[in-house]
Design a protein around this ligand. Structure first.
Ligand code: R5P
Length: 308
């Protein structure tokens, strides 16, 4: 087994390698003057069970880098190539819900398979049904395995889990089951990408401490508007647990100014200094990915990881 990292989140890849007690493989990722990417493995990978760690977050170069790393590994006769994609980008267009739109999640799935990946390992897909876009083995981890313990240690009073939109209901229900609380749902209407039009609460949060559960924080508009609604509806405290911190534009200042008292995120995406905040707690996903990789390599079951 060898583990290699793209450039999108090397600190996470290093932690995963540390968990596995192996050094990260030596691969060279360079850019031509015009920005095109060139990839080269600097060690023999023939016959190797190869894991490539690269979240496909913006910019699009991260995806291209992953595809090139898969292609190079396949041409260098790696025995099996697993694309470890801690954050699977371009997932928000996963069905044709309007005429003349792209099905980006399906296209990306095709590209990863065509490049030569033999399997995929990821966490908290925007929609679990994206697994069906792949005809290769696909392992899907859940951030609840990392977040639930942390939330329980916060000893929230009279807690309730809230889904900040209808699409997050299933994920939020899984949290509610594990934390043993009720579930409420915010009905969010969008007028375009990142534009929230209206929010309505389904359920009761009066006098409760709320855990908002979502997969992505992009502009933080979803979380901030949901938090406002929850306080207006009588919540005593609102925290958020979100797996993938894209944190684009003014997301961090929006979160700092928001009514949310704490935001828990994972390290599936690299968090630069300027995106850090006292309000944001980062939990590492490295042991979960490391353990999944170890089990995939040893052909052991990883389903028990889903139940932690
Ligand atoms: C949407 O369906 C996702 O689950 C997130 O709620 C959304 O992508 C978050 O975006 P933003 O932070 O820009 O509201």
């Amino acid at each position: 087994m060898k583990v290699f990292s793209g450039t999108a989140n090397r600190p996470l890849a290093e932690k995963i390698a540390q968990y596995l007690k192996i050094p990260l493989g030596n691969a060279e990722i360079r850019q031509f003057n015009d920005g095109e990417i060139a990839v080269k493995y600097n060690e023999n990978i023939r016959g190797i069970d190869l894991f490539i760690i690269q979240p496909t977050c913006p910019p699009g170069d991260n995806l291209v880098e992953l595809l090139l790393m898969i292609d190079a590994a396949s041409r260098a006769s790696a025995k099996r190539i697993t694309a470890v994609i801690p954050y699977f980008g371009y997932a928000r267009q996963d069905r044709k819900d309007q005429p003349r739109v792209a099905l980006s999640a399906k296209l990306i799935a095709n590209m990863i398979s065509t490049a030569g990946a033999n399997r995929v390992l990821t966490m908290d897909l925007h929609s679990a049904s994206i697994q069906g876009f792949f005809d290769i083995p696909f392992d899907h981890l859940y951030s609840s395995a990392i977040f639930v313990d942390h939330i329980l240690k916060m000893k929230l009073q009279n807690p309730v889990v809230v889904a900040p939109d209808i699409g997050s209901t299933k994920r939020a229900r899984a949290y509610a089951n594990r934390i043993n609380t009720e579930l409420a749902i915010v009905d969010k209407k969008r007028s375009g990408p990142n534009k929230i039009e209206a929010v309505t609460l389904i359920g009761n949060v009066q006098g409760k401490e709320v855990i908002l559960v979502d997969d992505i924080i992009d502009t933080a508009g979803t979380l901030c508007s949901a938090a406002d609604l929850l306080y207006q509806s009588g919540a005593k405290k609102v925290i958020a647990a979100c797996t993938h911190p894209i944190l684009s534009n003014n997301a961090v200042s929006n979160l700092n100014r928001s009514a949310l008292s704490k935001i828990i995120i994972s390290d599936t995406l690299y968090l630069p200094e300027e995106k850090k905040s006292d309000k944001i707690d980062v939990l590492t996903s490295a042991p979960l990915f490391g353990e999944a990789i170890r089990r995939i390599h040893n052909e052991e079951s990883i389903s028990s990881l889903f139940n932690i």
